[in-house]
Design a protein around this ligand. Structure first.
Ligand code: ZN
Length: 253
């Protein structure tokens, strides 16, 4: 089956509440390709490697979490950006990108999906004052020692998790925010949870974790943000009977 590009873009805009979410990049159709969409390739980031895979499998559109045109980036179409855009345009492939709308969505969001994969029970927002509020607080389905939790995260995500804390402590409550949200450990400290999980880690994160006693799990920016686009893509497959394939271009960070 095929769906028109405009129908697909409008549907996603509605579904993901794009108009209401302030972000640092455009969310929706970033690069326009063919008007009829039958095959969609999904990925975390619209890198050249993902575009090359999409071209190889004859995709009409690419659906990603990390697209282009970030606030503050250079507007010139040169170098890497030229090559990526040329590849898309010359193959008539559209690029649909959803950043914060795919982090915060209550069903297809990266945070909700990550919680499902890791067995975290969601209880509320991590940053209730946030516009939008990204990340959640909740608890483990079954309390476990921090070292076992680190092993569980590594196993589930297929990537060694960096863990800061005393492995023997039993963890019950946890907050999480996918991607590069290590700075939000401060909100996790305020929320009074036992542990905080995000994608990346910075030097100060270690000290905050040690001095606050909040156990920190750095589970990978890429690894924690793989599930939103997959859930959204599967949903579009059901709604429009289009073909959706998620291609995981490995990224150790
Ligand atoms: Zn991200």
């Amino acid at each position: 089956m095929t769906v028109s590009l405009s129908e697909l873009v409008n549907y996603c805009a509605d579904l993901l509440n794009v108009g209401a979410i302030k972000d640092y990049c455009p969310n929706g159709l970033q690069v326009e390709g063919t008007n009829k969409v039958q095959k969609i390739v999904g990925g975390v980031t619209a890198s050249q490697a993902l575009i090359d895979e999409a071209i190889a499998c004859g995709a009409d559109a690419i659906l990603v979490h990390h697209g282009y045109f970030w606030k503050g980036e250079s507007p010139e179409v040169t170098g890497i950006k030229r090559k990526r855009l040329k590849s898309l345009l010359s193959h008539d492939i559209s690029l649909l990108a959803y950043h914060l709308p795919v982090d915060v969505h209550p069903e297809f969001g990266n945070n909700v999906q990550l919680a499902k994969h890791l067995g975290f029970l969601l209880e509320g927002p991590l940053d209730p004052a946030g516009r939008p509020s990204v990340g959640n607080v909740g608890r483990l389905r079954k309390p476990m020692k921090a070292a076992s939790l680190a092993a569980h995260i590594s196993d589930t995500l297929g990537r060694e998790c960096t863990y800061i804390g005393d492995g023997d402590t039993v963890i019950e409550s946890i907050a999480w925010c996918t991607g590069a949200a290590q700075g939000m450990i401060e909100q996790a400290v305020s929320a009074g949870v036992d542990a905080y999980l995000s994608g990346e880690i910075s030097e100060p994160t270690v000290h905050i974790a040690r001095e606050s006693g909040v156990h920190y799990f750095s589970a990978g920016h890429h690894a924690t943000e793989r599930y939103g686009i997959q859930a959204l893509g599967r949903h579009l497959q059901e709604v429009y009977d289009v073909d959706f394939t998620f291609i995981d271009i490995d990224n150790p960070v």
